[in-house]
Design a protein around this ligand. Structure first.
Ligand code: AMP
Length: 220
C-alpha cells in the first residue's frame, strides 16, 4: 500500500466504518474525514443549516451538491488531505463517487482502495440501537461493546450521553433502505474499477481491523 494512501470505507450505518476509519488513520498516518461527523460538529456549533438538519434527522441524504461542496471545501482542498486520507460516509451515491473521481483525476491523483465493511442488517441495527454520543465533544460509545467508565457519562468531558436523533428506530429504517436503494450501487461502481475489497465486519474492532490490514498490506 502506498505510503500516503487514499482509502474509502463503505458499509451499512452501524457497520463500524467510523471506528475502522480511526484505526486506519492511526496505522497509516493519514487523516480521516467523516461527512456525517462533520455535519454533527456543525450542529454542535449551532452552524448546521436547518434544512440539512431536518434531512439528517429524518434519516435521508443531504443533496449531492451540498455534500460535494462541504467535502471539498472542508477537507479535500485543505493541506491535511494532501498526505492521503480515509473517507467515512462519503461518497454515498454514484454521483458523489463520479464527482470525487473527477476531482482527484484533475490533480493526477487516484484512490488506492475502497473497503466494504460487510455486516448483516440485524447486527448493524443492534449496534446502532446501542450507540450513544457525547453532545459536547462528539465521542462515541456503545452500551453493548464500548461502554463509558460511568454509565451514561462521557469519559472525556463528563457530559451526559445521548442517542443520535437519526439513530432512533424510524430514522434507522430509512437510512438502511436508503443504503440498499442508493449507496449499495457504489459497490458495483468500484467493483467495475477493480477497486473494491470486502471484509467481514463482525467481531470486535481489532478483528475487523486485522482483516482490513490484510487487504491493505503494510505502508510502503
Ligand atoms: P453518518 O454519520 O455517515 O451515518 O451520516 C449521518 C447522516 O449525515 C446521514 O444519514 C446523511 O443524512 C448525512 N450524510 C453524511 N454523509 C453524507 C453523504 N455523503 N451524502 C449525503 N448525506 C450524507
Amino acid at each position: 500500500m502506498a505510503l500516503h494512501p487514499r482509502i474509502i470505507l463503505l458499509g451499512l450505518p452501524g457497520s463500524g466504518k467510523g471506528t475502522q476509519g480511526m484505526l486506519i488513520s492511526h496505522a497509516f498516518g493519514v487523516p480521516v474525514f467523516s461527512s456525517g461527523e462533520y455535519f454533527r460538529s456543525l450542529r454542535r456549533e449551532g452552524k448546521l443549516p436547518s434544512e440539512i438538519a431536518a434531512k439528517i434527522n429524518a434519516g435521508g441524504l443531504v443533496s449531492d451538491e451540498d455534500v460535494n461542496k462541504v467535502v471539498v471545501e472542508s477537507f479535500l482542498s485543505t493541506r491535511q488531505a494532501q498526505v492521503g486520507f480515509v473517507l467515512d460516509g462519503y461518497p454515498r451515491t454514484v454521483a458523489q463517487a463520479a464527482f470525487l473521481d473527477e476531482y482527484l483525476t484533475k490533480q493526477n491523483l487516484h484512490l488506492d482502495a475502497t473497503i466494504l465493511v460487510d455486516l448483516p442488517v440485524e447486527t448493524a441495527i443492534r449496534r446502532i440501537s446501542g450507540r450513544r454520543v457525547c453532545p459536547v465533544d462528539g465521542s462515541v460509545y456503545n452500551v453493548y461493546y464500548s461502554k463509558p467508565a460511568k454509565e451514561g457519562t462521557c469519559d472525556q468531558c463528563g457530559a451526559s450521553l445521548i442517542q443520535r436523533e437519526d439513530d432512533r428506530e424510524e430514522s434507522v429504517r430509512i437510512r438502511i433502505s436508503t443504503y440498499d436503494m442508493i449507496t449499495k450501487a457504489l459497490t458495483t461502481y468500484y467493483e467495475e474499477q477493480n477497486k473494491l475489497a470486502t471484509v467481514a465486519g463482525d467481531g470486535n474492532p481489532e478483528d475487523v481491523f486485522g482483516r482490513i490490514r490484510e487487504v491493505l498490506g503494510d505502508p510502503a
